[in-house]
Design a protein around this ligand. Structure first.
Ligand SMILES: Cc1cc2nc3c(=O)[nH]c(=O)nc-3n(C[C@H](O)[C@H](O)[C@H](O)COP(=O)(O)OP(=O)(O)OC[C@H]3O[C@@H](n4cnc5c(N)ncnc54)[C@H](O)[C@@H]3O)c2cc1C
Length: 487
């Protein structure tokens, strides 16, 4: 991977309250009714203590609160407090592409590439555990939405991965063969994966309506309204009769300190709160809670780096509306990911596509914490993309780009999340570093974290390689600086 500019390694100021006005996503703008949790607990006094404090009310914090407060959960009969520096879903969870899209065999590529070669450096067996865990996460999302009766616009869809280059098509086939062989010799052998390769350009074009499609992978996935999902899970926690749960929005945690088995969180003008267990669900902003690590360029602060993602709402032309509307979600090689909603298409720019297409260099993306700006060149890329790739996409007046936004994610040094207790800091836990792929991982991680908080044991249904270990944190200290996402 070539870096055109190196990322800054100076300590930026604490980002909350933001000095800028954040952009507004379609999801945030379309979830404002009485059941949303805007400003929830904003003026309420903070309790001085709780059994569990969760920092961050994105889908990680909200789903962890949900699992903690179920009957028999770790938080049953106890108090659970959720804090967010702004509103629920104000981070990436309220600003994403709406996909719950497990990786197909293509995931093997980055998972098995060596750490030195900017991959996750996993064995084939561990890579398969990750791939199948995403499949399990999809089932878990569907199950919770169904059993809880959540109105979060969940749709079961086929995600069509569109291959557009000869080189990509050859690699796609190789990866499928590699996956099939690895699957057959793994403990998952016999487990059906309903994935399909459409290895014919004309059929791929017909399926995707992408002009230059050469092949396509059909992958079972889901789309949803992520701001509604995050809100609904947090609301279920607040309404639980098994725990006493509370949420305080606009409550930034400025620093953490530990004394006599208690963590104390300094929330500035909002006060202080202590708890024996504090779980950081702060994703892209985590480094600010580890200022010593940040200054020295090591540990969690180096492991999880903020980075920008950009997305837009596109009003489709008549040929792509009504009976002509896209039914599948799409992920385009060197292009966008595309999620149809009733209000239009949510499309997001793969950062690799932006850098390949050259409107961006890595410094435009990594180390960025400001979600108040969409650079003009990204806006233009998003505005033009459907015109550039789809057959028969003829925009009339007031069709096309309707809304555009930025969200900040947490890039992980090895592209895998950090889940579990922080080494040498008893009572401090992390669920961070989802590397732009959290909707396909987080619910499974939160379920496992609840179990570990309750029993002290790792939940073996979650890949062990997600664990926050000293070895992983140490590895990053010596990692070559050619990973543009390293802090
Ligand atoms: C444009 C875009 C498109 C994406 N598309 C997809 C997609 O289609 N599929 C997919 O799987 N993933 C996608 N992602 C990634 C996905 O949104 C994230 O992986 C996921 O939302 C992370 O959830 P989280 O709860 O860990 O973090 P966040 O949602 O970012 O939540 C972290 C929260 O912590 C709070 N916080 C941070 N620090 C503090 C502090 N010190 N004190 C108090 N509060 C604090 C923040 O205010 C924030 O609300 C996309 C992301 C973006 C930006």
């Amino acid at each position: 991977m070539t870096i055109t500019e190196s990322t800054a390694r100076t300590i930026p100021p604490f980002p909350f309250p933001t000095a800028h006005t954040p952009t507004l996503s379609y999801w945030q703008a379309s979830n404002r009714g009485p059941s949303s949790l805007w400003n929830h607990g904003r003026g309420d006094p903070l309790p001085s203590s709780a059994d569990f404090v969760i920092v961050g009310a994105g889908v990680a914090g909200a789903s962890l609160a949900y699992f903690l407060t179920r009957e028999g959960g770790a938080g049953a009969g106890k108090s659970v407090v959720v804090l967010d520096a702004a509103d629920v879903g104000s981070g990436a969870s309220g600003r994403n592409g709406g996909h719950v899209a497990p990786y197909s065999w293509r995931g093997l590529d980055y998972l098995t590439r060596s750490f030195a070669d900017s991959g996750a450096g996993l064995s084939e067996a561990d890579a398969l555990e990750v791939i199948f865990s995403e499949y399990d996460n999809l089932q878990l999302v569907k199950e919770i939405v169904k059993t809880e009766g959540l109105d979060v616009h969940l749709k079961e869809v086929t995600r069509v991965e569109v291959v557009r280059t000869e080189e990509g098509a050859a690699r796609n086939k190789d990866l499928k063969e590699q996956f099939d062989a690895a699957h057959a010799r793994s403990r998952h052998a016999g487990r059906e994966v309903a994935w399909d390769l459409v290895d014919d350009a004309e059929a791929a074009r017909k399926l995707s309506r992408v002009r230059d499609a050469l092949a396509a992978n059909k992958i079972p996935a889901a789309s949803n309204h992520p701001h509604r999902l995050t809100t609904a899970l947090l609301r279920l926690a607040l309404e639980s009769s098994h725990s006493s749960a509370a949420f305080f929005s606009w409550t930034p945690v400025l620093s953490l300190s530990q004394e006599a088995g208690q963590w104390t969180l300094d929330c500035g003008a909002r006060g202080r709160i202590s708890a024996p267990n504090v779980i950081l669900c702060t994703n892209g902003y985590t480094r600010h809670l580890f200022p010593d690590d940040l200054a020295q360029g090591k540990g969690i602060a180096k492991f999880v780096t903020p980075y920008r993602g950009n997305a837009a709402l596109i009003t489709p032309p008549a040929a792509y509306s009504g009976a002509g509307a896209l039914g599948n979600t799409l992920g385009l090689e060197r292009g966008a990911y595309i999620c149809p909603t009733d209000s239009g298409l949510v499309i997001g720019a793969h950062n690799s596509a932006l850098t390949w297409d050259k409107p961006a260099n890595w410094a435009d993306i990594y180390g960025v914490e400001n979600d108040g700006v969409v650079p003009d060149k990204f806006r233009a890329w998003l505005a033009n993309h459907c015109r550039d790739v789809f057959t028969g996409w003829d925009e009339g007046p007031r069709e096309g780009l309707a809304q555009v936004w930025t969200g900040i994610m947490g890039a992980s040094a090895d592209m895998l999340p950090l889940i579990g207790p922080v080494p040498d800091k008893p009572g401090l836990w992390t669920a961070v570093g989802f590397h732009g792929h959290g909707m396909s991982r987080i619910l499974l991680c939160s379920r496992a974290l609840e179990r570990q908080l309750r029993t002290g044991e790792w939940d073996e249904r979650l890949p062990r390689v997600f664990e926050t270990t000293a070895a992983r944190l140490e590895k990053v200290r010596h990692a070559a600086d050619d990973r543009p996402w390293l802090g």
